[in-house]
Design a protein around this ligand. Structure first.
Ligand code: TXA
Ligand code: MG
Length: 321
């Protein structure tokens, strides 16, 4: 049996499969297998109030997932799918309420990864959050997933599908699609500019109204991450009080692992989580990442906006010059 058939069988038996997508790896189960959906929450230690995204390979598969498909939703799907855009739409009454945490809406997207699409064609729509423990850094390689859930993987509760490193590297843009336009609940791989150029009126949401699971502390590496906004490594010690350093157990510069971010927004997004994970694996007590705010041209400001959103949530501490 080839690996895709094995994955489809595991899903049919109510199991979970780690699937590659262009954004980050997902931990997937079939939408018609409640035991699989339940296992996702358990394995991730995810609170049940945080709803999952349903992934499809064709819009026909949305038939029993959403109950409305507005002209704007159709237009955005035609323009951005497959790709890193998640649309929040009215839920179909027959869709398992566990997937949507009891909400009347459901988040849907079509991932741009052939392996994920092939698996969905065999198995039907798959509910999948990012394949990381709740609140932790998202995985962009299959090794990251294996590292997140060693026990579930060794017990063969979770089957791993290796589709190579993710090309986008941060999660999809989540937006609520309503009559007049879209409301961005989580900035991501599709930018506000791209949505505007597709003819959608775009509003960006305030912090307190974001997605149920998009919390202030999220995407966190294991070690405390200090994010500097235009802060040189050389100025670090003078900017942060001694007491703060001892709180982090830092005695000298060698206790601090520096994380470098590319000047190119696309590369910075692609590498961010992987760099945070490499930082965790190095010696040192804290991670330091400086975000040079002069990075990048006007074109990729929205992608920097998505990256900055993740940095703010991943940071244990932020410093400004
Ligand atoms: O790129 C991605 O979106 C990845 C890949 C695997 O597709 N998935 C992902 O899933 O990031 P997750 O569960 O880590 O994040 C989904 C976000 C959460 O913040 C969740 O609260 C929000 O989408 N969400 C899901 N359903 C929603 C709904 N009905 N209304 C509002 N927000 C929703
Ligand atoms: Mg996540």
């Amino acid at each position: 049996m080839n690996f895709l058939d094995a994955a489809a069988t595991h899903l049919a038996n109510g199991g979970c499969v780690a699937i590659p997508t262009e954004t980050v790896y997902g931990l997937a189960a079939r939408i018609d297998r409640p035991e699989g959906i339940k296992a996702i929450f358990k394995i991730k230690e995810r609170p049940t109030f945080d709803p999952l995204i349903v992934h499809v390979s064709h819009i026909d598969e949305l038939k029993n997932v959403v109950s409305e498909w507005s002209p704007l939703a159709a237009k955005l799907a035609a323009k951005f799918w497959p790709g890193p855009l998640t649309m929040v739409l009215a839920k179909h009454p027959s869709l398992d309420a566990m997937i949507t945490s009891g909400l009347s809406t459901v988040a849907v997207r079509m991932p741009a990864h052939s392996m994920a699409l092939d698996l969905i064609k065999k198995s039907g729509p798959l509910a999948a959050p990012s394949a990381n423990r709740f609140g932790h850094t998202s995985p962009t390689t299959i090794e990251h997933v294996a590292h997140e859930f060693p026990e579930s993987v060794s017990r063969k509760e979770v089957l791993l599908l290796d589709g190579g490193p993710c090309t986008v590297g941060i999660e999809s843009t989540v937006c609520r699609v309503a009559e007049g336009g879209v409301e961005i609940l989580r900035p991501g791989g599709v930018t506000a500019e791209q949505l505007k150029s597709a003819g959608a009126a775009v509003t960006e949401l305030k912090h307190d109204k974001a997605s149920p699971g998009h919390m202030l502390h999220h995407y966190m590496p294991v070690k405390p991450l200090i994010v500097g906004w235009n802060v040189d490594f050389a100025d670090l010690f003078s900017l942060l009080e001694k007491s703060k350093w001892s709180e982090f157990g830092v005695q000298s510069l060698s206790d601090i692992t520096q994380i470098e971010l590319s000047d190119d927004a696309r590369i910075a997004a692609r590498m961010l989580y992987s760099e945070l994970r490499s930082g965790d694996a190095k010696p040192g007590r804290v991670l330091f990442l400086n975000r040079n705010l002069d990075q990048g041209g006007a074109d990729d400001m929205s992608l920097w906006h998505a990256i900055d959103d993740r940095l703010k949530r991943a940071a244990r501490f932020q410093l400004e010059r």
